[in-house]
Design a protein around this ligand. Structure first.
Ligand SMILES: [Zn+2]
Length: 152
C-alpha cells in the first residue's frame, strides 16, 4: 500500500523505473516533436499541419544549461503551487534526436558543483512532495535529471 502516486501533470510522462519516459507528440506531416506535448496543432510555422502522435522522448540527453533554483521558476516550468518550493538544481537538457531542450529538476542531493555543460544525464521518476500520511497520502510525481555517471 502506501501513498498514491499522482503525476503533477497528466500525460507528460509514463512508466516506472527503467521504463520511465517523458511523453511528447510528433507531427505526422513534418516530424517536429513537441514537449510539453502539443495535441491541438503543429507549431512549426512552415508546416500545413498533420496528425499529432504521442511519442516517448529519449531517456538520455546532454546538459545545455543549468542553474541553482532557489525560487520557484515561472511557467512553463511545472510545479505544484500547493507545495513549498524546495531549492534544487534546474537543468536544461538537450535531446539530440528530438532537437529540443527539456527543463527539469536535478535529482535530490545534486548541486551545481556536480554539473557541467555537455554532461550526459538521464530522465528518472522523481517526487515533488508528499501529502498526507503513509497509508492514505499522495506523492506528486514528476521527472528529474540524473547524471549517468551517478547511480542513486
Ligand atoms: Zn508539422
Amino acid at each position: 500500500m502506501g501513498r498514491t502516486r499522482t503525476p503533477v501533470v497528466a500525460g507528460w510522462f509514463t512508466g516506472e523505473g527503467d521504463d520511465f519516459r517523458l511523453l511528447g507528440t510528433r507531427c505526422a506531416a513534418c516530424a517536429s516533436v513537441f514537449f510539453p506535448r502539443e495535441d491541438g496543432f503543429c507549431r512549426n510555422p512552415g508546416c500545413a499541419g498533420g496528425e499529432l502522435l504521442e511519442v516517448p522522448l529519449s531517456r538520455r540527453g546532454r546538459i545545455w544549461s543549468y542553474t541553482d533554483a532557489r525560487y520557484r521558476p515561472p511557467e512553463p516550468y511545472v510545479s505544484d503551487p500547493e507545495l513549498p518550493w524546495q531549492p534544487c538544481t534546474l537543468i536544461a537538457v538537450e535531446l539530440a534526436a528530438e532537437r529540443m531542450v527539456v527543463l527539469g529538476q536535478g535529482v535530490e542531493g545534486l548541486t551545481v558543483a556536480d554539473l557541467e555543460v555537455g554532461m550526459e544525464v538521464e530522465v528518472v521518476q522523481g517526487a515533488l512532495g508528499e501529502e498526507g500520511d503513509e497509508e492514505s497520502g499522495t506523492v506528486r510525481t514528476t521527472w528529474k535529471w540524473r547524471p549517468t555517471g551517478v547511480r542513486a
